[in-house]
Design a protein around this ligand. Sequence first.
Ligand SMILES: C[S@@+](CC[C@H](N)C(=O)[O-])C[C@H]1O[C@@H](n2cnc3c(N)ncnc32)[C@H](O)[C@@H]1O
Length: 243
Amino acid sequence: MKRRDEAGLDEHIVSQIDRTRAHLIETYRKKAKHYDITSRLYPAPGYPQRTQRLHAVQALGLRTGDTVVDMACGTGLNFPLLQKAVGPGGRIVGVDLTDAMLARAQDRTKANGWSNVSLVQADAADFDFPAEVDAILSTYALTQVPECAEVIAHGTAALSAGGRWAVLDLKVPGSTPGWLAQLGTATLRPFTSIDEWIMRRPWDVIRAAMQEELTDFVWTELFFGTAFLAAGSSQSGLRDCKP
Ligand SMILES: C[S@@+](CC[C@H](N)C(=O)[O-])C[C@H]1O[C@@H](n2cnc3c(N)ncnc32)[C@H](O)[C@@H]1O
């Protein structure tokens, strides 16, 4: 029988964490249990999150049998869409910093009988991407990672020829006055420093990094500029043909 630790994580989940970012982990440990329900209200009730996720997965251009990394996968809300795209012969690697979020992802995986999902507890900034992955996705997470440009670069280096990167996340609309942005995001991100997030403008950092690293880069602002979908291909050429 498998043992579970305090966060409910099975012992076979590989841990690469070095005990940094303790506050973030603590925050998401508290959120994990009800995340699937509360995230439906994120960042506001009625927000078209599901449609945005669908567009993000479509931007990956996945094919049957592909390997895809879901970076900062949380409880695995993207997994059903990814499964549909890669099929049982494909592979999903879910990476997240928070053990309790991964435990929920593991529950989802077991409940659906998916045998092609691997879960890794790791900081996105340190994660060793598997070689030759076909696609990398990150949704509503990468702007929380100060080293997001490095994550983009490391991921791109691991992509197979023509492999795809897609990032979906929130941003502050261009025309929003600073005080209003602060008010709005304060309700969304009680776990991070809003001032720091607005000042750092991580969406601009992600955009610049993807523009530099990828070809066919496309940036789309979503829902009145409150979110973005950024996607592009590895510059190493056209995608290899699967046998
Ligand atoms: C808002 S949740 C989004 C989860 C999932 N991607 C989704 O779309 O539902 C943010 C996730 O990012 C993870 N996270 C934050 N910083 C991270 C980091 N540096 N490395 C890996 N995961 C991180 C958190 O643990 C959390 O599960």
